[in-house]
Design a binder for this molecule. Structure first.
Ligand SMILES: [Zn+2]
Length: 478
């Protein structure tokens, strides 16, 4: 990018090294490593209002190739005696740069270095990234802007800065995909993290037994005092819920700055309550259900899975890649008798509580969230809600508030459970009874699991406003 600027008696001039080829013998090599070079004004033909081309593009090899053109355009004679040795006659007093005070939001046009001083040879204190908002507090005549950075003031080349919000695609998560899989989710999470760095934090919270990442995306302020957690696809064949949670994440990111629910802005909501979304708690199981044994990377795991069922069709698989039903593997009420005695069979609870990597990851992460107020677990199918895990007292009344809200939003039917019904190592049992946090289990879709993708629109509509509705309830509950 080349732009014309007028230079009138400014103290420092920024040039590309392309422009300064003839100086290369007298400029220390470390200064040449940076792209922007400060030169005392008397060493450039800078008479008042002299217009020269100033290029400030970092890493632009094209401009190196054009250096001869630049030299001509800029009217800088190749053998200008003044330019041969810029350290000579450097007697003019260096004035303090002047910054016009502002307070506005800026973005960078490309990934840009941020410095301690208005000088590229000063200490680099970080990198300003694309799509991230920064607060600008000063515009310098020296080609640098002052921005708030890491709790202090830092300097960035003005030419890399724009006040225009960069446009972002709004169709990252493919809702038409009939088999939304692990790789697609991973790619989409990475993209959402790039496009919405101010509003979402994506991290891996651990690995599965077949070495896949278990991701959490935190929508909103990670330092909020209150948090909610939503997880899906703990059961392999219930992967339509991954697509649901990913679509919800993108939906609220798109509307983060301008959207409202019941008159409250999403911005305020997600600043006060962070929403942790684990879109695929059992990535190996989902992959197995979608792609069969071909999806399993570890040969030993694949061999042992082969022995767990006669059929090579794993579409109806529920467990993880070790044949354990994760929703029977949590510690509260865990019993071997919860289901089958054989790996791979329906409801097999594992050799002991929390025997599985995926269970451990979820337990550790859930416990790590300070101020966790509510947990939603997405399963399929039946359009029903489980909510009664034998809790009592205040926890029971809070659970009722939550489940009534979830019922009103989704229209799903509450499952009548006896408060004496025995828990059996489920995640919600664990969250409610062990951690004392209200939790509900929603079962989306009807007829068959994997739920036919033709139901996605219906499921989406039923669950669209669950997030802001629950967040608002958490805000109002003091
Ligand atoms: Zn399930």
């Amino acid at each position: 990018m080349v732009r014309k600027v007028k230079i009138s008696r400014i103290t420092r001039v920024i040039c590309t090294y392309g422009l300064l080829t003839s100086l290369s013998t007298s400029i220390p090599s470390h200064a040449m490593n940076g792209t922007l070079i400060n030169v005392a004004s008397e060493h450039v033909n800078s008479e008042e209002n002299n217009t020269i081309d100033i290029s400030t593009q970092e890493d632009n090899k094209q401009e190196d190739n054009n250096q001869e053109n630049n030299n001509q355009d800029n009217n800088v004679p190749e053998n200008n005696p003044d330019l041969d040795n810029p350290d000579d006659n450097n007697t003019e007093e260096v004035k303090e740069p002047i910054y016009k005070a502002v307070k506005d939001t800026i973005y960078v046009k490309k990934q840009s270095s941020v410095y301690e001083e208005p000088d590229t040879s000063s200490k680099k204190i970080g990198t300003a990234t694309l799509y991230k908002k920064y607060t600008r507090v000063g515009i310098g005549e020296n080609g640098y802007d002052q921005i708030e950075f890491d709790g202090g003031i830092a300097y960035i080349a003005s030419s890399n800065v724009t006040t225009k919000k960069p446009s972002v695609p709004t169709d990252i998560v493919d809702i038409e995909d009939k088999k939304y899989d692990y790789n697609e989710m991973k790619k989409d999470l990475e993209q959402l993290n790039v496009y919405y760095p101010d509003y979402v934090t994506v991290q891996s919270i651990g690995k599965s037994s077949d070495n896949r990442e278990i991701y959490s995306a935190v929508l909103g302020n990670p330092d909020a005092k209150k948090h909610i957690l939503i997880q899906g696809s703990m059961h392999a064949r219930e992967y339509i819920n991954t697509q649901l949670l990913m679509s919800q994440l993108e939906y609220y990111l798109i509307r983060y700055e301008n959207g409202t629910y019941n008159g409250v802005s999403y911005k305020k909501m997600f600043n006060e309550v962070a929403v942790h979304i684990i879109p695929m708690a059992n990535p190996d199981g989902v992959t197995l259900s979608q792609y069969g044994l071909n999806g399993i990377q570890d040969k030993k795991l694949a061999m042992s899975l082969k022995g767990m069922q006669k059929s090579s069709n794993f579409a109806r698989w529920k467990a993880n890649a070790k044949g354990v039903d994760l929703n029977r593997n949590f510690s509260f009420g865990w019993t071997k008798k919860a289901g089958a005695s054989k790996r791979g069979s329906m409801n097999y609870a594992g050799a002991k509580a929390e025997s599985e990597k995926e269970t451990k990851v979820l337990v550790k992460y859930t416990k790590s969230i300070k101020g966790l107020k509510t947990v939603l677990s997405y399963h399929s199918m039946g359009n029903i809600i489980y909510w009664n895990y034998g809790q009592t007292g205040k926890l029971m009344s809070k659970s009722k508030e939550l489940v009534n809200l979830v019922k009103d939003i989704t229209g799903y039917r509450l499952v009548t459970q006896s408060s004496k019904s025995i828990p059996y190592g489920g995640y919600s049992d664990y969250v409610v009874r062990e951690l004392g946090i209200p939790a509900v289990t929603l079962e989306t879709g009807i007829l068959y699991a994997p739920v036919n993708h033709s139901q996605f629109d219906t499921i989406w509509k039923q669950n669209k406003t669950i997030i802001p509705a629950v967040v608002l309830q958490v805000i109002e509950d003091n």
